[in-house]
Design a protein around this ligand. Sequence first.
Ligand code: GAR
Length: 206
Amino acid sequence: MDMNSKVRLGILVSGGGSNMQAIVNACATPHLDCAEVKLVVSNRSDAYALDRAKELGIESMLIDPKQFPDRNAFYKKIILEMESRGIGLICLAGFLLKLEPNIIQRFKGRILNIHPALLPKFGGKGMYGHFVHETVIKAKEKETGATVHVVDEEFDHGPIILQKKVPVFPEDDAGKVAARVLQLEHKLFPEAISLYIKEYLRKGKV
Ligand code: GAR
């Protein structure tokens, strides 16, 4: 891999897209100048992330799983769009569908996910968005956080690249915890992407 060329990022989203926006912003700063966002794909037509991408001048598209006979075909289409743009790293930024083996294998070691908790705690099926934070509060945790990891075949499972903590206060509700974690995510994800590109992708470890 050419050390000076930027790694092209493809971002998969399902919702608000604030992490996507944080990555795009960071690419314009020294924090993440080793990367550029080339494509944003949403599986939902109502994802605010699509509006954000348009405003940011980033190419974006809806790929609706309902338009495909099965998930395999859906991910085949995503692979096609990513590969035709020379995407070197896929970032799951609030993408709430489970990946199929076809995309995981095709982009082996080149898909990162952000999860709003301290994995391996509070991960797995059904653990996304506010469900995570509600479970953290119910469990009376004193701290939570966010984790960026490499995606493998198991849900919320692959090698952890970076993880940081924030406190949980006794008076917190899920909304308060979510906001604190999200703020952390906006710094953590760009930092983890930069680290992964420099320490793994560019060193040929992937
Ligand atoms: C983020 O908190 C992200 O960690 C979470 O969804 C939110 C998306 O926010 N992802 C998961 O729960 C995946 N298991 P955003 O659309 O504003 O970036």
